[in-house]
Design a protein around this ligand. Structure first.
Ligand SMILES: Nc1nc2c(ncn2[C@@H]2O[C@H](COP(=O)(O)OP(=O)(O)OP(=O)(O)O)[C@@H](O)[C@H]2O)c(=O)[nH]1
Ligand SMILES: [Mg+2]
Length: 332
């Protein structure tokens, strides 16, 4: 009797491995356990709700749902605007050390998209690592590696073939116990195949890219944290069609720090690098030091970020007001 009482009242630490609507699966003491949020969470902003990778304080219940009491401070936190472009944010993962940006070396490869993922990872406090997959299908791997290296000096890059085991040893350095790695990228890029190769066993389902149909084309359909036998945690995520910019200005600036450095030499501190005299950025483009495409990408991502961020702020203002009205009505 007394032991049961102790179990119900003592706070324990667990980690979120899966989220589906209002229910959670946690890793606790070597077990996968179901959990629900404590009632007061419903007054919180969406960004304060638990996401995959979060450490949470719980009341453990061995007979059913445990209760999540609070979310521990996050070491990193990755977010993007929801694809519906309504200003709602999607909070993806927390406490990730490395964000593997998985891109296959075929038509999936996009300089623009990689720059977006790098900005999101840097903004959220994770180290971006670009993994160019399916190197067995590509004849000029070196050219792609050099191009990715030019996107940002903050990102690392590796070319691999999970199918033939090429380049996987380059990833050994990330595989230290206690490390958390999340994998992000388009559907079919090879995220789950890479996890299986790193794990040395078939943990995740993988499949050929399907054409868009009513059932969608994703093989992985939800985010999940998997604890590998070597003590590394990996988070598999469903393929993303696009990665928008919102509330990640610091990450964009970090990715394009070379342009920021040039900006600091412009005559006017609010220079927009258009027609202003004494513009160091335009001068760098003219001399060939900076490519016009790179400058355009920096400007476009910044403008998109400002637009989406303004929408996000508006939406959270309305969400707060809505919650307040609902609460008042409850007591009326
Ligand atoms: N040739 C080649 N094919 C690969 C390689 N890695 C993955 N594939 C193939 O690519 C297809 C898609 O791989 P998945 O691992 O399911 O892709 P995913 O990124 O997890 O896709 P979603 O779960 O839909 O987001 C499968 O048919 C894999 O066999 C590789 O290194 N070389
Ligand atoms: Mg997958």
């Amino acid at each position: 009797m007394n032991t049961n009482l102790k179990k119900e009242t003592e706070e324990k630490l667990a980690r979120v491995i899966k989220v589906s609507k209002n229910s959670y699966i946690l890793s606790y003491s070597g077990l996968e356990i179901p959990a629900k949020l404590k009632g007061n969470f419903y007054e919180e902003d969406a960004q304060n709700l638990p996401v995959v990778g979060d450490y949470v304080k719980i009341l453990y219940n061995e007979n059913g749902d445990s209760t999540i009491l609070s979310v521990c401070e996050r070491k990193s936190f990755l977010k993007r605007p929801d694809q519906s472009k309504t200003g709602v944010m999607q909070y993806m993962v927390a406490n990730v050390d490395y964000c593997f940006i998985v891109t296959s070396l075929n038509e999936d490869y996009s300089y623009n998209r990689i720059a977006r993922y790098i900005s999101v990872a840097l903004d959220g406090g994770a180290t971006p690592v670009v993994i160019l997959t399916k190197s067995d299908l590509c004849k000029n791997v070196g050219r792609y590696i050099r191009e990715v290296e030019e996107i940002s000096d903050k990102a690392r890059v590796h070319a691999i073939s999970a199918l033939y085991g090429i380049g996987l040893d380059e990833l050994d350095g990330y595989m230290t116990p206690g490390t958390t790695i999340c994998l992000m990228g388009s559907s079919g890029a090879g995220k789950s195949t890479l996890i299986n190769a790193l794990a040395g066993e078939e943990l995740m389902r993988t499949s050929e890219i399907r054409e868009d149909d009513d059932e969608g084309r994703h093989t992985t359909t939800f985010r999940k944290l998997i604890e590998l036998k070597n003590g590394v945690s990996v988070i598999d995520t469903p393929g993303m069609r696009e990665i928008g910019m919102a509330d990640v200005k610091a990450g964009i600036d970090d990715t394009f720090s070379d342009i920021l450095e040039l900006e600091s030499h412009c005559r006017f501190s609010d220079c927009r690098h258009e027609t202003e005299p004494g513009c160091a950025v335009k001068a760098a483009v003219a001399s060939g030091e900076l490519s016009a495409e790179r400058l355009m990408l920096y400007k476009n991502l910044g403008a998109e970020n400002t637009r989406n961020y303004a929408m996000k702020k508006e939406v959270s203002k309305w969400a707060k007001a809505y919650k307040k009205i609902n609460k008042r009505n409850m007591w009326d």
